[in-house]
Design a binder for this molecule. Structure first.
Ligand SMILES: C[S@@+](CC[C@H](N)C(=O)[O-])C[C@H]1O[C@@H](n2cnc3c(N)ncnc32)[C@H](O)[C@@H]1O
Length: 232
């Protein structure tokens, strides 16, 4: 992708998340039938935290992965980085214990090898350079630390696919219009999911970024994936 196209995509992504920041969490819960919380719990489990661990959530949005982690581990230090300030402001109203940081996930403003775990939720589909995002995460995590990525996946080729596509193409944008006043943001969710990489393809990029022991767990009829790996 050319630099001007990358800047364009990043600018549009920021504008889109700014416009839905106040309704983001509500819509997440609605379109996933409330299952989103259990996937975040699984992300936290895969991060293998302990009391005192340092965790970074890249593309943290409203910080909902970190909120889940803080429910389980009161003694962790949680850092959330995102380039859409409005998303973080919406989360800050609910959770004071997160250190919020306005930053690009492709250029994290942290020294190398500082975090015990780096997580992300629905970030990777939105960045202009997936490999670089993983390389930055691997750089900032300690050796032996965990990288955990929650992302949507293209619907698998099976009998359910037509029903899933119907839900993605029509129901989700309609819910976006009704509850967030923004059909286009939720059309983008659908189109970017359909054309996105499969979990297996993502796992190759994670391996190429330097991770080992990569695991994939699928949820919601294969449309949600949690990938995790360890920095050797
Ligand atoms: C779909 S939201 C996910 C929020 C949260 N992680 C969750 O699990 O619900 C994607 C977030 O990634 C952020 N984002 C996208 N590209 C980014 C980048 N290059 N650097 C930092 N944040 C980015 C957006 O601003 C948005 O808040």
């Amino acid at each position: 992708m050319k630099d001007s196209a990358k800047n364009n995509k990043s600018g549009n992504i920021r504008k889109m998340f700014k416009s839905i920041s106040g309704r983001y969490d509500l819509l997440n819960t609605l379109i996933t039938f409330g299952r989103d919380k259990s996937w975040r719990k699984y992300v936290v489990k895969e991060a293998c935290l302990k009391q005192g661990s340092l965790i970074l959530d890249a593309g943290t949005g409203t910080g909902n992965i970190l909120q889940e982690a803080l429910l389980v581990y009161n003694g962790i230090r949680a850092f959330g980085a995102d380039f859409t300030i409005e998303m973080m402001l919406a989360g800050k109203e609910r959770e004071e214990r997160i250190s919020w940081c306005c930053a690009d996930a492709l250029n994290l403003p942290f020294a190398g090898s500082v975090f015990d775990a780096v997580t992300s939720g629905y970030l990777i589909r939105n960045v202009t350079d997936i490999s670089r995002a993983f390389i930055e995460q691997v750089r900032t995590v300690k050796p032996g630390g965990r990288i955990v990525c929650l992302e949507t996946s293209p619907p698998p080729q099976n009998l359910l696919r037509p029903f899933i596509l119907l839900y993605l193409k029509f129901i989700i944008p309609m819910l976006g219009l009704i509850f967030a006043g923004n059909r286009n943001a939720y059309r983008y969710l659908t189109s970017s999911t359909e054309s996105f990489k499969t979990p297996e393809q993502l796992s190759i990029l994670m391996r190429d970024a330097g991770l080992s022991d990569i695991r994939i767990k699928l949820f919601m009829f294969g449309t949600i994936a949690v990938l995790s790996g360890t920095r050797p």
